[in-house]
Design a protein around this ligand. Structure first.
Ligand code: TXA
Ligand code: MG
Length: 325
């Protein structure tokens, strides 16, 4: 089905389409989602189709309050409740044992479901008016960079969905952190908007279990090696011979902090002015898209300091840098 895709700020219109079983682009504080009724298999199936996403990669269900999460899960471990009270609404997704209510398609046949309460007033308002949670992966074609504005969603999904709810530029700009309770020990399986340090200050025994699997055997397909990748080739700056740096005016460099960077004749982009991690995270995906829009073939990037959100930034740079074989 083809649609005349509209961008707008009407929650009513979004409610209308979602109740009809259609998909809507929704804003969150992390990235934009491609949302549909998370309790209906045929709607979920359409999400996979529009996103061109393989069925083995499960979806996150979004809720507006804890009372509606409870019937969707079988168990709510104490550690999960602790994290929830600290970070919800916010960029935290938790993987918990699912109840029968959740279609197998949403969880890719696994016994666990990923749930989150996002922190965006528009989307919370939307969820409150719906009788079902929203299954919503990031609203990008599979393995491309996640969208952080309504326009990004439009650029890629135009014609495929009827409506995009415009909630402005995503504040955090980086996907949610995922903590899995599928085993005894809580595991951080995706780095994201809440830092490892923040999680471990609440749950010191939580471990980081982010691996770089090349295929679908990863618990989270977000861990697949090439993910979030723009078309342009990303190469770590340290792989560039610094002697060759000055004369090449066609060289494009992505630096972490404007004020801490050496002057150069190369065309240089900056993720932040003064090395602020949140600012850098907020700019990352938009910048990767800009490189593609400008048809820049190759960008040499600088790693972020490996702490806080810098770890999530480096994680995305690392994945973006790998070329599929
Ligand atoms: O910030 C976010 O989390 C955004 C916004 C829209 O909420 N959503 C997002 O969804 O990034 P997506 O589908 O692009 O990434 C979700 C990740 C995937 O890598 C998926 O494999 C993992 O969550 N995931 C979902 N359900 C899971 C499950 N049952 N077990 C393990 N991993 C799961
Ligand atoms: Mg995604």
């Amino acid at each position: 089905m083809r649609f005349e895709t509209k961008i707008g700020t009407s929650i009513e219109e979004a409610v209308h389409w979602l109740n009809e079983g259609e998909l809507v682009g929704i804003p969150t504080e992390t990235v934009y989602g491609l949302a549909g009724n998370g309790l209906r298999s045929e709607v979920i199936s359409r999400i996979f189709e529009v996103k061109n996403r393989p069925f083995f990669d499960p979806l996150i269900l979004h809720f507006s309050e804890i009372e509606s999460v409870v019937p969707c899960i079988k168990k709510f471990p104490e550690d999960a409740q602790t994290l929830m009270s600290e970070f919800w609404p916010g960029p935290l997704t938790m993987v918990l044992p699912k109840s029968e209510k959740i279609p197998d398609l949403a969880t890719a046949g696994t016994p666990n479901v990923a749930v989150r309460i996002p922190r965006h007033p528009m989307t919370l308002g939307l969820l409150q008016q719906l009788k079902f949670p929203l299954a919503a992966p990031s609203a990008n074609p599979f393995s491309y960079v996640s969208p952080t504005t309504a326009q990004h969603v439009y650029d890629q999904l135009q014609g495929k969905i009827p409506y995009i709810l415009d909630g402005g530029s995503a504040k955090i700009g980086m996907e949610s952190t995922i903590v899995s309770f599928s085993r005894e020990v809580p595991r951080i399986i995706r780095l994201g908007g809440i830092s490892v340090e923040q999680i471990q200050s609440i749950l010191p025994h939580a471990i980081v279990d982010v691996q770089f699997h090349p295929n679908e055997t990863a618990e989270s397909a977000g861990q697949a090696i090439k993910h979030y990748a723009p078309r342009c080739e990303l190469i770590p700056l340290e792989d560039l011979d610094t002697a060759a740096l000055e004369p090449h005016s066609s060289l494009v460099i992505l630096r972490y902090s404007r004020n801490d960077s050496p002057k150069s004749s190369a065309k240089t982009y900056y993720l932040s002015e003064n090395g602020d991690e949140s600012e850098a995270a907020h700019h990352l995906f938009g910048m990767l898209r800009t490189f593609d829009e400008l048809n820049i073939p190759r960008v040499y990037f600088e790693w972020a300091p490996h702490r806080g959100l810098g770890r999530a930034i480096n994680d995305r740079l690392m994945r973006a840098q790998k070329k599929s074989s």
